[in-house]
Design a protein. Structure first.
Length: 273
């Protein structure tokens, strides 16, 4: 799902819709045109993306023999994926090199708080669920608040119940599914967010969460200057294989890691001002 632009500087998103159903040559032409137009392409997709789509993406990258295409599948719920993609679109308007922009996705995931209110956790396999929660899931009217990232949490919705939120100020995005619940919106006041915004529910959310009876939410940083400061404050190095400037211990374009004799450099996490 491509979220609307955050501001006038946000780069537009390109949705590779139905690439597993269209002729291979047509999908190949589309992706090649994007690489020629923009120079580098970062493809972000959910872990709930159907395998035929993922296989087609790798096939296209292989056929193009291009190290200018990065495939990024962070362990985030679908709404978190959409938020992260928009943050990278915001940063794409800045003076960041392709390697730094691509690897910024791994850094920014640390600052997303993504979860959902669910009517059932019976089929939830992304977050540890105890036997008691499974049993309560069959009680009519039960609702559960789940935080999948950055640290798994699961609580039964009730008076005074909350989830541990970010230690910095964020916005809250809410996407409503087939569950009647205002709990996610109320989480904004508990987390002290700048404001609450709404978005459509991503198509992959019911698959990721195991139910369509849900309200998905994500706490995120919206200010471009804060995002830029976070990314540029991390030490940059040159990929020893393709030469791109990167942050972190892996180049998202060629997938190379530092040679064995160099200790891996973990991404630094800083608390936004």
């Amino acid at each position: 799902m491509a979220l609307p632009a955050q501001d006038e500087r946000t780069m537009p998103a390109v949705v590779l819709a139905g690439i597993d159903r269209r002729p291979l040559e047509q999908a190949l032409t589309e992706l090649h045109a994007l690489v020629e137009q923009y120079g580098y392409v970062v493809v972000i997709c959910s872990e709930a993306t159907p395998e035929p789509v993922v296989r087609r993406l790798y096939t296209l990258r292989s056929l193009l023999e291009s190290d200018r295409i990065a495939l990024f599948r962070p362990a985030l719920p679908p709404l978190g994926i959409a938020v992260l993609a928009r943050q990278l679109r915001q940063l794409a308007s800045c003076d960041l090199s392709p390697g730094v922009l691509g690897s910024a996705g791994r850094l920014l995931t640390h600052y997303l708080h993504a979860g959902a209110v669910l009517g059932s956790v019976a089929k939830l396999d992304r977050v540890p669920v105890g036997l008691k929660a499974h049993a309560r899931s069959w009680v009519p009217g039960s609702q559960f608040a789940v935080l999948a990232h950055p640290e798994p949490q699961l609580v039964r919705v009730g008076p005074g119940v909350t989830l541990k939120g970010p230690e910095f100020s964020t916005w809250l995005l809410v996407a409503k599914g087939q569950l009647q619940s205002e709990w996610a919106g109320g989480l904004g006041s508990q987390w002290g967010v700048h404001g609450v915004r709404e978005a459509p529910l991503p198509a992959e959310s019911p698959v990721w969460w195991g139910t369509g009876r849900m309200v998905e939410f994500c706490g995120y940083l919206a200010d471009l200057s804060v995002l830029y400061q976070l990314v540029t404050s991390v030490r940059q190095t040159s990929c020893h294989w393709c030469g791109l400037d990167v942050i972190g211990d892996r180049c998202v374009f060629c997938s190379a890691t530092p040679p064995a004799h160099e200790p891996p450099r973990a991404l630094e996490q800083r608390t936004p001002a």
